[in-house]
Design a protein around this ligand. Structure first.
Ligand code: G3I
Length: 392
């Protein structure tokens, strides 16, 4: 039964609604102001010379590269030329996943299709690039047959066969493997912060150690990496993830598991205002103190919520790249920086984080025509300014 609204009560309700509306609009306006505050038209993004990113990085003992799709590399000569020119390391965006679209590595439980990975290894070798593998054990991009065929009785054998076959085939040819990807998710509520994945369900918490041991046995020369995202900002969610990832890494090291590095995906947000250099620096140091190296494995900056104006957008994106890398490259345990893609023409963000205004997204360092953007300058500047010792 609704209580008759007195005049006073309706007045309070009205005021409340206005305040809420005002706040909401204010928040929206506040956010817009904050985003524009990141836009500093006076900021200097100048770069000396035209050396490639791989050259600038290598002069400071850092490896720079990118994730590229095999079909794009094959079909787009301009992209291929840009990859060869800018990258010192190459990682297939799809070819080593159990199953993504056109060329699944694992079409069925008894076979492997290495054609895409082999093509990309050939490209890397032709251009004197290092080659890295992504990823052996992940809860995504599993083939349809996985759910139908894998169970607690055969899961260990299937995991063993996969890692032995894939890692064994490329032994001695791989710089590093993302052995396990995105195994931490505190939101899933487990005390150990592990993500509830099919692998955890089928094999228990040992699946991570076991995967690393299998990879080490199959290729003793490869650097073995645990890879994850959401580790970058001063937010409760990212702090919880950093804590859980550190706990995982400490556990792996304490059991003598052959893990050599943490992969920080670094999918950044141009709109983010909670970037805290001190927090990030502290996390990197904590990882390094475990005796681990660090790779920035999937760097990009979404412009999803940035203003339409490309001058403003490109500035804010470039700032995000340079500010982040300035902190990251201070940590000597950081050995590599890879962007997730090279050109705005080919980015997962077009499909996965499209702009509401449907404008083409501009998260990467080359534009659709493979021309260097301000983000390229930002990354080049970060390498050039790095106080690492110069290596000729
Ligand atoms: O091209 C097909 C299309 O024909 C089909 O209709 C559609 C629906 O099945 O799928 C399309 O392929 C999708 C492909 O992206 C191209 O958009 C695949 O399903 C989809 O799985 C694939 O997503 C990839 C995703 O990983 C899952 O493997 C992205 O390209 C790739 O950039 C993304 O990369 C991940 C890293 O591996 C791990 N870290 C996060 C990163 C971004 O999500």
């Amino acid at each position: 039964m609704f209580k008759k609204l007195t005049r006073r009560r309706s007045l309070y309700l009205g005021l409340g609604a206005l305040t809420a509306l005002g706040t909401f609009a204010g928040n929206g306006e506040l956010k817009r102001q904050r985003i524009f505050a990141a836009y500093d038209p006076q900021r200097d993004f100048s770069v000396v010379g035209g050396d490639s990113l791989k050259k600038r990085a290598a002069s400071k003992g850092i490896i720079y590269g990118a994730a590229i799709r095999h079909d794009h590399l094959k079909e787009d000569a301009k992209l291929a030329a840009a990859v060869a020119n800018e990258c010192g390391i190459l990682v297939p965006e799809w070819a080593f996943k159990w199953s993504v679209s056109q060329k699944p590595l694992r079409p069925n439980p008894d076979s492997f299709d290495f054609s895409a990975a082999d093509e990309m290894l050939k490209f890397a070798n032709t251009h004197g690039m290092l080659f890295r593998g992504h990823t052996l054990v992940w809860h995504e991009s599993l083939p349809k047959w996985f759910g139908d065929r894998v169970n607690q009785q055969n899961a260990k054998q299937i995991l063993e066969k996969h890692i032995k076959t894939v890692v064994g085939r490329y032994a001695g040819k791989i710089h590093s493997w993302d052995v396990v990807n995105e195994a931490i998710e505190p939101v899933d509520g487990r005390s150990d912060g592990l993500r509830k994945t099919p692998w955890l369900e089928l094999l228990g918490t040992d699946y991570i150690d076991y995967s690393f041991r299998l990879a080490a046995a199959a290729d003793p020369d490869a650097m073995l990496v645990y890879n994850d995202y959401g580790l970058d900002y001063d937010t409760r969610k990212h702090e919880a993830k950093r804590t859980a990832v550190l706990k995982l890494l400490e556990g792996l090291k304490s059991r003598g598991t052959p893990i050599h590095a943490l992969g920080i995906q670094a999918h950044l947000d141009g709109e983010a205002t909670d970037f805290n250099p001190t927090k990030l620096r502290e996390f990197l140091r904590n990882v390094a103190n475990l005796g681990l190296k660090i790779m920035i494995t999937e760097l990009d900056v979404t412009d999803k919520k940035l203003p339409l104006d490309t001058t403003v957008r490109d500035h804010i994106i470039a700032k995000a790249y340079e500010d982040y890398l300035n902190v990251v490259l201070e940590e000597t345990a950081v050995i590599a920086v890879l962007t997730w893609g090279l050109s705005d023409k080919y980015t997962w963000l077009s499909e996965f984080q499209p702009r509401a205004d449907k404008a083409q997204v501009r998260p990467l360092l080359l534009d659709a025509g493979m021309n260097r953007k301000l983000a390229w300058n930002a990354i080049a500047r970060a390498f050039d300014k790095s106080l690492r010792k110069n290596r000729s």
